[in-house]
Design a protein around this ligand. Structure first.
Ligand SMILES: NC(=O)c1ccc[n+]([C@@H]2O[C@H](COP(=O)([O-])OP(=O)(O)OC[C@H]3O[C@@H](n4cnc5c(N)ncnc54)[C@H](O)[C@@H]3O)[C@@H](O)[C@H]2O)c1
Length: 404
């Protein structure tokens, strides 16, 4: 039986319809109450003493910065939607934190701001796409739209792309299928950053995977995760905060586990999900390889160690990505109902620590979005705000304007 506390917390898990972050605009001042007891990653950054920035304003700032380096408005808006969604969901590592990277990718010419994807090969259920070195957000939206269209026509759509760039939170694309009542999956390869179990060097990326599956009344299961112990952005955030990282996230250049965020960032050797071999890190390594099979190997892009190094801007990324949409109505009737039963059973389980209710994937993000809606915006770290100020000056874009 669920405790009273877990029942109370469950109110916070009630299905919140997926919203366009740019429409968010509530007015409460404090977000602390909603955030207690939930895993640090998605929530604590709001708990700092910097001014609130409305999501609409973040979107305006990102769009204008991208336009200032020659990105067509629709592409700049696609990128802004992606980054704002990441901040909204509590994945700050993949939100505003990434803007400078996209700006420099475009201004250095290693990514083509105006490029649009092209279908190279197609069947009723599949497509192979050339991203033509365009923005990952543009390629991702194009491919997932195509997969959704195919799933609506023939039950399943499976689209692989080559010639893409960093596409942000993988969940952005599974959510698009979810909004149409479909199951959505997506995968991307990334710069080599993960040391395969027993290795001193990196050979695979953080290779995220996501599954979004619809349950009843707008509820859902949204798994969106790196196949390394963490996304590299999380190490970057610890570095920005000047805080150590937990054991099992990364190795130093000698292959030893490190807790120093700077050393971890410099060695660029993340550990696979699970950490060391004794903790079954080889399973995370296997999942990373699975992602690569669907992306670089199936899509014909760069793969594994051939992908440019993290932070290397001299050559194009040529990333491989994969997008799948599945119509649950092609299978046993009652998918949403069964999934709701399962999710609610799990959420109602007696927690080992009463202050930490059992959650399913997607719940931490839901709580974070609820907190952002109540607060009326997000809080960025001071050095993130400094980076935004720097961009505003160098690109001659109106500064990011927090709530007064
Ligand atoms: N484009 C890229 O190159 C790239 C690479 C790596 C990661 N990413 C993105 O970075 C983001 C962060 O990835 P991550 O692996 O650090 O995410 P994470 O570890 O914060 O969360 C992973 C998943 O676990 C779920 N979760 C978290 N706490 C939970 C709990 N207590 N109980 C049940 N479920 C829980 C979350 O809902 C999420 O689905 C993701 O959006 C990912 O797509 C992108």
């Amino acid at each position: 039986m669920a405790t009273v506390l877990s029942r109370l917390m469950l109110n916070a898990f009630k299905a919140i319809p997926i919203q366009n972050p740019s429409q968010s605009g509530a007015t409460f001042k404090s977000t602390k109450v909603c955030l207690r007891g939930i895993r640090n990653m998605s929530t604590t950054l709001l708990d700092i003493d910097t001014p609130l920035v409305p999501l609409k304003e973040s979107r305006r700032f990102i769009t204008e910065c991208m336009e200032a380096v020659g990105t067509p408005t629709s592409h700049a808006e696609a990128l802004a939607d992606l980054l704002v969604e990441a901040d909204y969901r509590g994945h700050y590592s993949h939100g505003m934190n990434r803007l400078e990277m996209y700006v420099s990718d475009i201004s250095s010419g290693t990514c083509i701001a105006s490029a649009t994807p092209k279908v190279l090969k197609e069947s009723p259920a599949t497509a192979w796409v050339d991203g033509q070195n365009g923005l990952g957000a543009v390629v991702g939206n194009f491919c997932m739209d195509l997969a959704i269209q195919k799933a609506k026509n023939v039950g399943v759509g499976w689209v692989c792309a080559k010639g893409s760039n960093h596409y942000g939170i993988a969940g952005m694309y599974s959510l698009q299928a979810l909004k149409q009542g479909l199951l959505g999956m997506s995968f991307t390869n990334t710069s080599p950053l993960m040391s395969p179990t027993r290795s001193k060097e990196a050979a695979l990326g953080t290779n995220p995977l996501t599954l979004g599956a619809p349950a009843e009344n707008g509820d859902s299961f949204v798994l969106d995760m790196a196949t390394t112990a963490v996304a590299v952005g999380k190490i970057e955030m610890q570095k920005r905060k000047k805080e150590p990282i937990p054991e099992g996230w990364a190795q130093d250049k000698e292959g030893n586990v490190t807790t120093d965020a700077e050393t971890a960032y410099d060695s660029a050797c993340l550990m696979p999900l699970g950490g060391s071999e004794i903790n079954s890190g080889y399973k995370g390594f296997g999942l990373g390889l699975l992602v690569e099979v669907f992306c670089g190997i199936l899509g014909g892009s760069h793969f594994g160690p051939n992908i440019r190094r993290w932070g290397e801007f001299g050559r194009s990324a040529d990333l491989g990505q994969c997008f799948i949409a599945i119509d649950p109505n092609c299978f046993a009737p009652g998918f949403e109902n069964r999934l709701s039963q399962l999710l609610n059973h799990i959420r109602n389980m007696e927690p080992a620590d009463p202050s930490k209710p059992v959650m399913v994937a997607g719940d931490p993000e839901r709580l974070h979005m609820e907190a952002v809606d109540k607060a009326g915006g997000v809080r960025y770290l001071p050095n993130q705000l400094t980076a935004c100020q720097r961009l505003s000056e160098s690109l001659k874009v109106a500064p990011l304007k927090p709530l007064s």
